[in-house]
Design a protein around this ligand. Structure first.
Ligand code: HEC
Ligand code: HEC
Length: 309
């Protein structure tokens, strides 16, 4: 039940709206607190000022642009437009404290020789920070974040195995021109016994204890006419950087998953089947996608990742 008679207020009594529900439920009629009211007016004033200065209201296909402007560089030309966050970002990337410092460091590193960069703590900490980003953008899709690679597919750049050489000059050449690693398959020229023998020899060079006769026969294949492996990998199997042929005696495996094999039999069969198939892998060149300085920074970074040569 609700009645609308406003009861007359007695001194000391709180004012109510006069509505009474269920015979005894009433509603106070207090004024809004001052602070709240002024706060409310302030937000109204703020909103009006904001609408005047900044992009705010949609009108049809467009919107009110606001009186505030922003100036930034676009392709070397100064552009002034109504204030908007996209231009603000463009300006921050050109003139922000961080961006300016980054460009200064890039220019500085660009003017340095590799020996100077590698010996300069400041330059190297910049290289590490900057290259992490560009490595993520350009390289990590294949070599993985951090550069550990994928066995059998993309080389690990963190270890001491450099197929194409680990000096800064060689790494830079890899990045600029790209690389094409090729080893022919031996499916025609070696039968399965010979494949096992040459595989046994390769494994024996890495201190796996295998059948001595097979190892001896494998050594002949490796260094003889039949296999001719020495032509690319070298007589002592130390590898040949000009061909991208890896050292086969340091127990670092980039293509054959030898460490993942359960026993000698599986190790032999994995190496043998790799030699049977051969391989071809391409590392793309970046000359047309990265500036000289960016390549320099990435080269110094990759060199330091793998404890270069
Ligand atoms: C499309 C995949 C792909 C991308 C992207 C890629 N690489 Fe490679 N990279 C390869 C492959 C495959 C090889 C091995 C080539 C071979 O078999 O000789 C390789 C080889 C290399 C080597 C030589 C390793 C050695 O042992 O000598 C270096 C150094 C290298 N990449 C660095 C980079 C850097 C730095 C980037 C980014 C700018 C990059 N790669 C981007 C696939 C890629
Ligand atoms: C034409 C040059 C060439 C010849 C000949 C050659 N190789 Fe290779 N081999 C390579 C190259 C290049 C690679 C690395 C390919 C790559 O990274 O894409 C390689 C890789 C390998 C690997 C993988 C090593 C790893 O890290 O996993 C083994 C094992 C190997 N060769 C053994 C042999 C044996 C055994 C023979 C002879 C029967 C032989 N190769 C003949 C060029 C050659």
């Amino acid at each position: 039940m609700s009645t609308n008679e406003k009861p007359s207020k007695k001194p000391g009594e709180v004012e109510t709206t006069g509505h009474v529900w269920d015979s005894n439920l009433q509603e106070y009629n207090n004024p809004l607190p001052r602070w709240w009211l002024w706060g409310f007016y302030a937000t109204v004033v703020f909103a009006i000022v904001y609408w005047i200065l900044f992009p705010a209201w949609p009108i049809g296909g467009t919107f009110t642009k606001g009186l505030n402007t922003i100036t930034f560089m676009d392709d070397g030309e100064e552009v002034t437009t109504h204030w908007n966050t996209r231009s603000l970002l463009a300006r921050d990337m050109q003139t922000g404290r961080h961006a300016v410092r980054q460009r200064e460091m890039l220019d500085r590193v660009g003017d340095m020789e590799y020996e100077e960069i590698l010996a300069d703590v400041d330059a190297m900490s910049f290289v590490n920070a900057y290259a992490k980003g560009s490595f993520g953008t350009w390289c990590a899709a294949c070599h993985q974040t951090g550069g550990a690679g994928v066995i059998g597919q993309y080389p690990n750049l963190r270890n001491d195995q450099w197929k194409w050489g680990g000096t800064v000059a060689q790494i830079e050449e890899t990045l600029v021109l790209g690389r094409n690693g090729y080893m022919p398959g031996y499916r025609e020229s070696l039968n399965s016994e010979q494949l096992d023998q040459v595989a046994s020899y390769v494994l024996a060079m890495n201190d796996y204890d295998l059948d001595a006769d097979a190892v001896a026969a494998g050594e002949e294949i490796f260094n003889g006419y039949l296999g001719g492996c020495y032509q690319c990998h070298g007589v002592d199997a130390q590898g040949l950087a000009s061909l991208g042929a890896p050292n086969l005696s340091n127990n670092i495996w980039g293509l054959v998953d030898v460490p993942g094999a359960a026993d000698d039999e599986e190790r032999v069969s994995r190496v043998a089947s790799f030699v049977h198939d051969g391989v071809q892998r391409v590392m793309p060149g970046f000359a047309d996608r990265l500036s000289e300085t960016e390549i320099k920074v990435l080269t110094a970074y990759v060199h330091s990742l793998g404890g270069g040569q």
